[in-house]
Design a protein around this ligand. Structure first.
Ligand code: UD1
Ligand code: CA
Length: 456
């Protein structure tokens, strides 16, 4: 059997989203609905993946285009049968074709593999589900247990509407048969659409066996038509991610209060408090703890480090045994070595900070190279930007920087130097010396404060 074709239907409009953004570009876990389906298709042995697009047209294509994807424009949208017909020229007729929906994002590869297996090379296979409220779905009509056709809700009579087995829409059909059937579909139905579901009756008429498989969980085949459904699937997806993390040994204060929008890789004994958001690729080393309400994006936190509540970390690394926060901001290019402490209201950007250094309160460290065992006092600022260019600040090992100091870059503070509080450093500070720039303190004896004149 040749590698399968996958067709993803994504031409529908999605009016009920009430949005300028095409429906299939709305995100779940930070990733467009359609991208979830494409990624699942990639997990299968798919020879070709063809997306049928229409509404939002080029925007959808541009957002998700990749070398392994084919695109078929469906304009106007005349039904699901018409949609698959648009993809037909791109499909290998000697291989089975799997039809997926771009707005059914949580379908799992394992379920699809079961469907593909029951289809074999020569059967039509439908993914069907039993549900308490089948309203709105196509119903699976069986005679003596065998599937004979699908009837849409709007075309069904009362007896058919009572059927609880519904068509999820996902199916596998032999390529050659699909090519035979699609051009023969009519639109003599209540909606005047070309129904893909009518291929079932055509298969049965040819004597082809129609098989069925079922999803492992009903949410796998739930579609997104509204913001409410989008939010519901987001929560289900996040809960699945949380369960997988706990399965790996991660401690979650509340599995319903974590959001992972990318990949989160955790070593042993990681603990995550409530309300954290992880974006992009985040790695947490052994024993890392993340306090409540942190946002971590594209970063690596090494073994034993503690991220205290309310931190924002983006494109940074925190070394082993580091302590960050509460209320710290690490921006891209912040690289903290072992046992570095970054405290409240400290911002670090594009700077390396060597082992055992501390900036515990209210500081800005930008474009700096900071040595080991440096103490950065409260209110210290690297003045890295002159309005046109960025300049570097170099702070060597064992420096002590007094509070409220400005380091006007480019500038170097030599090893072991001390900067007095309030210094505005505009020239290099020599090693092992005290440098202080501060007007001499004076006291005026008997000085009187001005008083307001009383008017009568
Ligand atoms: C379809 C099935 C129905 C099934 C239901 C599951 C048909 C005729 N009916 O219903 O049996 O229970 O899905 O949700 O197939 N689309 C296009 N082009 C079109 C029409 C639709 O690309 O011209 C896409 C939509 O974007 C969507 C999918 O096909 O991703 C299904 O369309 P939708 O209108 O939601 O499904 P129904 O036709 O109502
Ligand atoms: Ca429809």
């Amino acid at each position: 059997m040749n590698a399968m074709n996958v067709v993803i239907l994504a031409a529908g409009q999605g009016k009920r989203m009430r949005s300028e953004l095409p429906k299939v570009l709305h995100p779940i876990a930070g990733k467009p609905l359609l991208a979830h389906v494409i990624d699942t298709a990639r997990e299968l042995d798919a020879g070709r993946i063809c997306v049928v697009y229409g509404h939002g047209g080029e925007r959808v294509r541009q957002a998700l285009d990749a070398p392994d994807l084919g695109w078929a424009l469906q304009e106007p949208q005349l039904g699901t049968g018409h949609a698959v017909l648009q993809a037909l020229p791109q499909l290998d007729p000697t291989a089975p074709t799997l039809v997926l929906y771009g707005d059914v994002p949580l379908i799992r590869a394992a379920t699809l593999r079961r469907l593909i297996e029951v289809a074999g090379g020569d059967r039509l296979a439908l993914l069907t589900a039993h549900c308490a409220d089948p309203h709105g779905y196509g119903r699976i009509v069986r005679v003596h247990g065998k599937v004979t056709r699908i009837v849409e809700e709007k075309d069904a009579d009362d007896a058919e509407r009572a059927i609880r087995e519904i068509n999820t829409g996902i199916l596998v059909a032999p390529g050659a048969a699909l090519a035979r059937w699609l051009p023969r579909l009519g639109k003599a139905n209540v909606q005047g659409e070309y129904y893909l579901t009518d291929i079932v009756a055509l298969a049965v008429a040819e004597g082809m066996e129609v098989a069925a498989a079922h999803p492992g969980a009903n949410w796998e085949t739930d579609g997104v038509n509204s913001k409410s459904q989008l939010a519901r699937l987001e929560r289900i997806h996040q809960r699945n991610i949380a369960e997988a993390l706990m399965e790996q040994g991660v401690t979650l204060a509340d599995p319903d209060r974590i959001d992972v929008r990318g990949s989160l890789a955790c070593e042993r004994d990681v603990a995550i408090d409530v309300g954290c958001v992880f974006e992009g690729a985040v790695k947490l080393g052994a024993g890392v703890t993340v306090g409540a309400h942190c946002v971590l994006k594209d970063c690596r936190i090494e073994a034993g480090a503690r991220i205290l509540p309310f931190c924002h970390i983006d494109g940074a690394t925190v070394g082993p045994l580091g302590v960050v926060g509460p209320y710290a901001r690490l921006r891209p290019g912040a690289a903290l070595a072992e046992d570095v402490h970054i405290g409240n209201f400290v911002e670090v950007k594009n700077s390396t900070i060597a082992a055992h250094s501390k900036a515990n309160h209210l500081a800005y460290i930008g474009d700096a190279t900071v040595g080991s065992r440096v103490n950065v006092g409260a209110g210290t600022i690297t003045c890295n930007y002159d309005g046109a260019h960025k300049h570097r600040t170099v702070i060597e090992d064992d420096v002590f920087i007094g509070s409220d100091t400005q380091l006007v870059a480019p500038v170097t503070v030599g090893k072991g130097a001390t900067l007095g509080a309030g210094t505005t450093l505009t020239k290099d500070a020599p090693p092992d010396a005290l440098t202080v720039s501060r007007p001499k303190q004076i006291s005026v004896a008997g000085w009187k404060r001005p008083v307001k004149q009383k008017k009568d």
